[in-house]
Design a protein around this ligand. Sequence first.
Ligand SMILES: O=c1[nH]c(=O)c2nc[nH]c2[nH]1
Length: 415
Amino acid sequence: MMANTSIILHNAVIVTMDPERRVFRNGGIFIRHDTIEAIGHSPDILRDFSALANQTIDLHDQILLPGFINTHVHSSQQLARGIADDVDLMTWLHGRIWPYESNMTEEDSYISTLLCGIELIHSGVTCFAEAGGQHVSGMARAVELLGLRACLAQSTMDSGEGLPASWATRTTDDCIQSQKELYNKHHNTADGRIRVWFGIRQIMNSTDCLLLETRDAARELKTGIHMHVAEIPYENQLMMDTRKVDHGTVTYLQKIEFLQNNLLSAHTVWVNSTEIGFLARAEVKVSHCPASAMRMLGFAPIREMLEAGICVSLGTDGAPSNNRMSIVDEMYLASLINKGREVYAKGTTDPTALPAETVLKMVTLNGAKSVLWDNEIGSLEVGKKADMVVVNPSSWCMVPVHDWYELHPRRKDMQ
Ligand SMILES: O=c1[nH]c(=O)c2nc[nH]c2[nH]1
């Protein structure tokens, strides 16, 4: 929203996701610049704030929700949709995606992030966490233009197999240095909508030095770290064979004291109960990407993680791991896949796994906490940013609405 704009939205069903989970059936909201100044019943908002508003919009019973937060995106991979279907992860990375990414220019990244951002907005996303491409400056230009909010990261690798020639010469110092430069250049730009994080691609291509220097730099700059963790059994096996731990990546990260509360751990599929305990105690955040997991990785123990108190949110991953970039599709899939997983994990059905309200929490409150922005977004409350999505309940595929939280499968109606 433009500076000095003040606006009333009224006659809406407002699903606030505030601590009391209030839903206003005939709700109104007053926004000044980009911040919510009042929220409540429409007649009260109109009475108290009309004189201050330079625009008043009747939402005609549409449903207003907090903007959705997608916590694992590869915006630079948007132009690679379809180049790596139906292959295993190592072929996907070494044979298709890294050759593509390592040839991208900053301009390619800008175009790719623009297209990606448009697709994200189409399903109600107002904020995303970038898992890491190479050209953060290109991404930042696109995010600024689109009005999105984002945590951008460069993905770094300083060792291991499969690296394209232009990446293989990078030292640990190069990786840390370039990220600090990007932080200095872009952190808190675009009216505060862009934050710069540190990115570690995956443990299979990281020295301990890269891991620990990244941990320390992110801690010092009070920013986050985005990393792919425990994606496939081969990764855990490699940890056992080469780094001599008795399980996998999470056990190793615990051993070297890498786990901390600013780590956004993507996928995190192959973890046992001890490792779930390590993640919970360190307050690590987990991004669950249902479609991508079903293609290449497997069933993550999401219910167990949530029960252990881990903050789990949802991500689409990139276009070549998903083909779609709709967070609403991921909400739908998360709910179904995690119900189906109960049969395979526990030998019995349990339709209570991941109910709709939990899934909505994952893309709002948990998403906000995962991107370390929970004091400003994730719910509609006074003092928070006016990042919102409007759902039209009156089209044919939305009728009837019995439960505000059960709206998520009907993605065509996101505006
Ligand atoms: O789904 C994924 N996408 C990626 O780009 C990637 N890099 C490492 N591991 C990955 N997994």
